[in-house]
Structures are given as C-alpha cells and as structure tokens.
Design a protein around this ligand. Structure first.
Ligand SMILES: NC(=O)c1ccc[n+]([C@@H]2O[C@H](COP(=O)([O-])OP(=O)(O)OC[C@H]3O[C@@H](n4cnc5c(N)ncnc54)[C@H](O)[C@@H]3O)[C@@H](O)[C@H]2O)c1
Ligand SMILES: [Zn+2]
Length: 334
C-alpha cells in the first residue's frame, strides 16, 4: 500500500507493507542511488533489528540511547560528528530507523547538516508510523521544553513495516492507539467504529491514519490553520503529562484523557452529539487508555495550558467534536 504525500518541496511516498524490511536495501537504494547510506537507530531497536539492518544495508549504523532525553542538543552534536566521520555529503542518505525520538532527532540533524541531506524514515512504533511519518516536522528538545528547536523538513521516503509492531511493549502500542482513536474521532467515524472489532487489520488502520494526516497536512503544511484539529485531546493531555512530570502517563495516555475530558464538557454544553463521550471511553478502555484518576487541579491545568505553545495571542483554541468524525475549533471553552 502506498500513500503519496505532496509538499512544497516536491513530495514523498509512504509505503506500508508487511515484511517490507526484507526489501529494505532496494527501497533505500531508490533514494540513495550510488551515494552512501548511514543508519541511525536506538539501543532497544538495535537489540532487536540490528542484525537485520546490517545484513540489509551493510553500512555504518550509529546506535543512540533509547528514550526522550536523546532528542537533545548533546546527541544532535554527536550525530553531526558521526556524519562527518562517515564523510557524508549531500549525495548521501541517512536512514532514521526507530520511533519518533529517532525520527525527530535524525530528521533535524539531516535538515541542518550541510544545509540539508536526504533521509528515509523507517518508523518502528505505532505512534511514529501514524503520526511522525507525515507532516515533515523534525525537532530537538531544549531543557525548557519539548520540540523548541525544529523545522519542517520532509523525508525522501517513509517505509512502514507493520510487523515490527509485534515487538513493541504493550504500553507503547497503546500509546500509538490513542492517536489512531483521535484520527477516527476527528475525521472518520468508520475508522473509529472499526476499532471496536476484535481482529483489526493494523496495516489498513495505519494506511487510513496516514491518509487522514496527509489530507490535513497538505492543506496546511506549515501548521497555521486546519492542522490544529490534530490537537484534539492534546491541550488537556499535555497538562496531564506535565502535571505528572512526564513520568506517570505516556503521551497517548494523556491524549486519551484529554479527548474524554474535553468531550465530556462539550457534550454537556450541547456542542457534541450525545453519547459520543461514552463511545470514546469504551474504546479507550479497550486499548488500556482509560485513566479516570489522571486529573489535574483546575488552577494548575489553566496555568499549564496558558504556557502551551499552542496558545496563540488571541486565546486558546480547543478542538471539540460536533460528532464522531467531525471536529471543529472553538475558542476559550474552558
Ligand atoms: N514529528 C512529528 O510529527 C511527531 C509526531 C508525534 C510525535 N513526535 C515525537 O515522537 C516522540 C515519541 O515517539 P515514540 O512514541 O515513537 O517514542 P520512542 O521513539 O521513544 O519509542 C518508544 C520506545 O519504543 C522502543 N521501540 C521503538 N520501536 C520498537 C520496536 N519495533 N520494538 C520494540 N521496541 C521499540 C524505543 O526504543 C523506545 O524505548 C516524541 O519525541 C514526540 O515529540 C513527533
Ligand atoms: Zn500526539
């Protein structure tokens, strides 16, 4: 399955296929041509897929520590060093093989090294497959906050093998499911309802999510309008993540809590069709994303939300549902 993504710089293909990793070399070669390849991954992923990557690509592979703290200035400098040591030029191609941390950091390194070299994304978590794979956002964190230094720099290709999800810890899989539920809730009721089935075809679900994000991002490449609806559940979700110091709840757990929180309010206000909140709750329960105890005191929540980078000078935009599959932007409803 292939999804074409258009960008102002051209475009790229997202290829979704079981066992596509067995053809990794061929797929990357299409971009790298006669240039060199260089792989960046993290220690967890290297432990499971390192041998496979080496056999397939037979090139330099740099392994970073796993975890969010790797998306930092320190490891960015380390990557530039490694790129230089490997003698990478603008004819060469970097492969970002890992979750969103590796994707964001490697993408940012590639956006800036020699004013931009090519990279291919091989996202290996559900979250990175359905979210970071489209939209071209690359970034590193600062001690002051997440993603404070970044750019829009699309990959040359994205290769998704749904089979790699079989090695994900259960909680990391659920984390990604929160974004999947979000896509259904904001844009496609059929996708949302299909998630209640017992044996979902995860490849098809990933493709649908990639298409939904593609359609939204193509209309708003630089995140100034419609793309905002992708933040459904994220405003209160960030408050939950932040209030609990980013170590109690995952991003997806925060987002799931945020979707429920805002929908409960908007339903009470008569903006959202009755029963919507109950359906979201059921789906969150099914995917281990229901945390009724994850609350933030009102004063603290308001303070965190005000500092959120998504708050603009003319107030905070909240994304609410009119019904499943139909999201709208509302100002200051809390
Ligand atoms: N660029 C974007 O548009 C975008 C969108 C959403 C999120 N993000 C960023 O993505 C990051 C989060 O991404 P993430 O959730 O993928 O986190 P992550 O990269 O830290 O991966 C989560 C964990 O799973 C492990 N892992 C990855 N693939 C695996 C596999 N196949 N099998 C076993 N273990 C595996 C990793 O080593 C890590 O421990 C955040 O920094 C966030 O800001 C970016
Ligand atoms: Zn998110």
């Amino acid at each position: 399955m292939v999804v074409d993504v258009k960008t102002s710089k051209g475009g790229y293909k997202v290829i979704i296929e079981n066992n596509i990793l067995s053809r990794l070399q061929e797929e990357v070669k299409e971009i790298s041509g006669t240039g060199k390849m260089f792989v960046v991954t993290d220690s967890n992923v290297a432990g499971i897929y390192g041998k496979k990557i080496k056999e397939a690509l037979n090139c330099d592979c740099y392994v970073l520590p796993y975890g969010e703290h790797t998306k930092s200035h320190k490891y960015l400098m380390e990557l530039y060093d490694q790129f230089l040591k490997a003698g990478l030029t603008r004819d060469d191609t970097v492969v970002a093989f890992g979750g969103g941390v590796i994707g964001d950091l490697t993408g940012f390194a590639c956006a800036t090294y020699l004013r931009g070299i090519k990279y291919v994304g091989v996202p290996t978590t559900l979250l990175s497959q359905v979210d970071s794979s489209v939209g071209g956002k690359v970034a590193v964190n600062l001690p002051h906050g997440k993603n404070l230094v970044g750019n829009f720099y699309p990959p040359s290709k994205v290769i998704i093998d749904p089979e790699v999800l079989s090695t994900l810890p259960k909680r990391v899989f659920s984390d990604g499911m929160a974004e999947v539920i979000k896509y259904g809730a904001i844009k496609e009721k059929d996708l949302f309802m299909s998630l209640f089935e017992d044996n979902i075809d995860i490849g098809k679900v990933i493709k649908k999510c990639v298409e939904i994000k593609r359609d939204i991002v193509e209309n708003d490449e630089f995140d100034t309008g419609e793309r905002m609806i992708l933040n459904f559940g994220h405003t209160y979700g960030h408050a939950v993540e932040c209030y609990y110091n980013y170590d109690k709840y995952t991003h997806g757990e925060g987002v799931a809590t945020g979707m429920l929180y805002i929908t409960e309010i908007s339903e009470r206000m008569g903006i959202t069709k009755e029963g919507t909140c109950q359906l979201i709750k059921k789906l969150c329960e099914k995917y281990n994303l229901y945390f009724p105890e994850a609350t933030v005191p009102e004063k603290e929540a308001k303070e965190i939300i005000k500092k959120d980078k998504k708050a603009t000078t003319d107030g905070i935009n909240y994304i609410v549902l009119e019904e499943l599959g139909k999201a709208i932007i509302k100002k200051e409803i809390l």
